[in-house]
Design a protein around this ligand. Sequence first.
Ligand code: WT7
Length: 641
Amino acid sequence: MSYPFQIKSFDEYKSAYKKSVDDREGFWGEVGLSFSWRNKWDKVLDWNFTEPNIQWFINGKLNITENCIDRHLKDLGDKPAFIWEPNNPQDRVRIVTYNRLHKRACQFAQVLKNNGVKKGDRVCIYMGMVPELAYAILGCARIGAIHSVVFGGFSAQSIADRLEDAKAEYIVTCDGAYRGEKIIPLKDVIDDALVGNKTVKRVIVYTRTRMPVSMIKGRDVWWEDEMEHAETQVEKNNVVSFPAEEMDAEDPLFILYTSGSTGKPKGVVHTCAGYMVYTTYSFVNVFQYKPGQVHFCTADIGWITGHSYIVYGPLAAGATSLMFEGIPTWPDAGRFWDIVDKHKVDILYTAPTAIRSLMGFGLKPFEGKDLSSLKVLGTVGEPINEEAWHWYDEHVGKKKCPIVDTWWQTETGSILISNLAGITPAKPTFATLPLPGVQPVLVDENGVEVTGSPAGGNLCIKAPWPSIIRTTYGDHERCRQNYFSAYKNLYQTGDGALRDEEGNYRITGRVDDVLNVSGHRIGTAEVENAINMHSDVVESAVVGFPHEIKGQGIYAYVICQHMHGDDDSMRKNITQTVARIIGAIAKPDKIQFVKGLPKTRSGKIMRRILRKIAEGETDNLGDTTTLLDPAIVEEIKNGKV
Ligand code: WT7
């Protein structure tokens, strides 16, 4: 596999960038030639941000699995597509070659077909980090079904909401999942999600933990039985085949739900061709991937990072992607380093929160671990603080590995702002420069572009790149409203940023009511809705506060009606309610019971004040004279937890 579009020097970056802006269509048309198409496109791009209507590689026909698998079989058939490291280090590693991946994806596509799944149908996938999760994703893509992967940490209620929103009729899940010492009963959660559900026709269950599960006649089937049956259908005389569905460039590939400033998560829709082209382009360029290298992205496939940089990007590049089932701190805090040593990992891509949590264990976990295979390090998900950056550089990279700080979002599909490993300069705490094709701008509160540098403002993007969000599933107006309405002709990221004299960007965090907890996006309104579900709660307000490991923690101010029980048991009940409604990832770190909330005369909660109190900054609360009841602020200040 060679990558004609791989940038090899800072000068090449500059000229690629210039070309991408001067001749956007020419630039991406050329990159597009490195992929395999059933039919080439007629026109590279058509777009407007007002509707929005964004189309890339118009009338191009392809199937992404032919790009991720079939085209590699001749040269890379026996090479590992995935190396799978199990939760328990004593268990057997699984190596999935491209040949094997081809067979399994074809088999699973046949399973889907046998169960009535057709092109365009939505399939919800709720599984642990097992290779079968990748087979499920690729099986869907092969027959043109739209996958909607839901992270294993979400609750039954969250799954039910997502099933309903996507009108999904099919589910793929596991009996359970291993996570450190814990076993997560995934099928049980699905069963809870399906109480009262009338639309789901089939649940396919992969056996991972052999824990007891209830299998409902006529609805639930075992993965193993289905795959065995499909094997005889897709394999004749030792030749495996399952014809890939011919997809239009703009047919949806997947839905991935993400939180925003409203109470209800949005189903971000990505389409086949643009997502494939830009994800692969960014993978090869940011990490400077070289054939044969082992790429270890520690994210869960339930998030966009896993979609783009464990599955689609690496596979389309014919790479070897390491998939890890467990957690960084089990059996001990040296687990990542064991994995790097054991599998001779070249590229490690993780989150600042993981780095900060491992920093707390000191240097002992590194003893006896050989990290000399590492060549490139990456971070994603949240701003990285200076201390964590240097620790990563010194103790993991041994000051020999470039660190790429990659800024992007579920909606952007792939990395938009990042240095290119060893090619463009790094600057600690800066995501640095935009990738070719990406035109960031900073705008002030009035929507006026801030030119010159240094500067700060709301980060927006001027024109489309191939993996930009196309719509929010089932509600296009919501997509327009959310991302394209605040500023004319701009995609609004929701992040604030600074730009230095060299044009490097530093992301400062969200400018809306969205929190970033351990690199996971959580809407404050969503958490408030969940808290308010508790029978004794009258009202609540949720804000973020700086958290040493998580980046941001969740601080909830809660007004109760009667306060049944003591503060502590009430806190536990509220926490449990949030876990039930959203999932454990949204549990508040701190709950303060209050008699009232600071509101303006028009009834709006003054979050600015609540944020400052949660941050511990109680001296300078700004103007409180417009408050309905200024005395409440003193009371809240005194009761801070
Ligand atoms: C939000 C997107 C993109 C995959 C993981 C998160 C924050 C992401 C960085 C970074 C500073 C970052 C932003 C963004 N973010 N990467 N390198 N530096 N902040 O995906 O859940 O869609 O969240 O994560 O605030 O808007 P997501």
